[in-house]
Design a protein around this ligand. Sequence first.
Ligand code: LLP
Length: 417
Amino acid sequence: MHHFHYRDNRMFCEDVPVPEIAKNVGTPFYLYSHATLRHHFLVFQEAFEGVPHLICFSAKSNSNLAVLRLFGSLGGGLDIVSGGELFRGLQAGIPPDRIVYSGVGKREDEIEYALQSGILMFNIESHQELELINRCGTRLKKKAPIALRVNPDVDPKTHPYISTGLKREKFGLGMESATEVYKSAAAFPHVEVVGISCHIGSQVTEIAPFVDALHRVKELIATLETFGISISYLDIGGGLGITYDRESPPHPNEYGRAISEALGDSAFTLILEPGRVIVGNAGILVTRVLYTKKGETKDFVIVDAAMNDLVRPSLYDAYHAIEPVVRDQRETIRADVVGPICESGDFLAKDRDTPRVEAGDLLAVMSAGAYGFTMSSNYNSRPRVPEVMVKEDQFYVVRARESYEDLIKGESIPAFL
Ligand code: LLP
């Protein structure tokens, strides 16, 4: 469900016509619907109604301050993976005791920042990281609340680049070594074991891998209890998929029911780290057609958005539906929708049946709210595009378009040149 729809063949976001926003802010731009973001968050939250839980929205999927503020105001916390994401979360007003810190490569300064801020827990991924956190705790005279991220070795059946729960991946600790690391953690004076975590992958469209992972983690918790180590927080990560094309992922209710059932009547607080399922379909990327061109073997629609703005098609061969912002009766052509970047890998769609658009037409790249802006870059010295949020009949620029000056911010030319 989302709030991008047509009225009289013009695309609206809630009650605002998309062409009106394009006229005001120029193209390309990311556009988020407040009502959709809010609805998705609340649906997810309700899916776990019967279980004590905390939804730590995964900042990497969309870290705009306005988006984070919205989820914080609905009772959400944050899943972060860097000092930068912690900074954003705090700036957005997320209470630190609702923030969990994941990631295989936390730096010492980032650990200290998070410890000083008083986050809920560190999801630790190696023994060396545990030692470092204990040292930081000693220096700062604090006890670091920790969980170990374990790797349950289940196959999430998703794109290999976003699969994380298999033994061969860099993430987490193997189930066999986890017990030993937990014992070692329990003996460290500046570390307090509070939880366990896992995350099996992203864009997962089946329930079974999540349930399998949860059962394995529960077995480990039972083993830990025999050593006197008890767990308060069980963090099962994120990963629930969405419909980009023809996928039919489980509804959050179904996911919630399966997880709650598998959990049984245990006393843990469940932590969830959803990203994509909340924001993915709540955002689009609006772009304008610059040129159309008949190649030797196919047609090209050249638009003003490129792989630096939305890298998913180039990086994962990901499918994003592309819709005309104004619908009329045009014939359909088969074309590649490509950007201005000097790489053949710069495309938003390949061999796509699309209406015969013309220069000046607006196109909406759908399902771009997750891993869209957050993965954008300045490649080819292209300023990053604005982010706009619509609420009812108003729109708000929640991140301004970058300027040419922004592109060279921090650069300097040494005197010898
Ligand atoms: N928790 C952890 C520890 C994660 O690593 C991730 C995503 C999430 C939560 C949120 O997963 P989600 O609910 O959004 O699936 N750039 C890729 C996705 C990479 C996901 C990385 N980790 C893409 O555009 O598909």
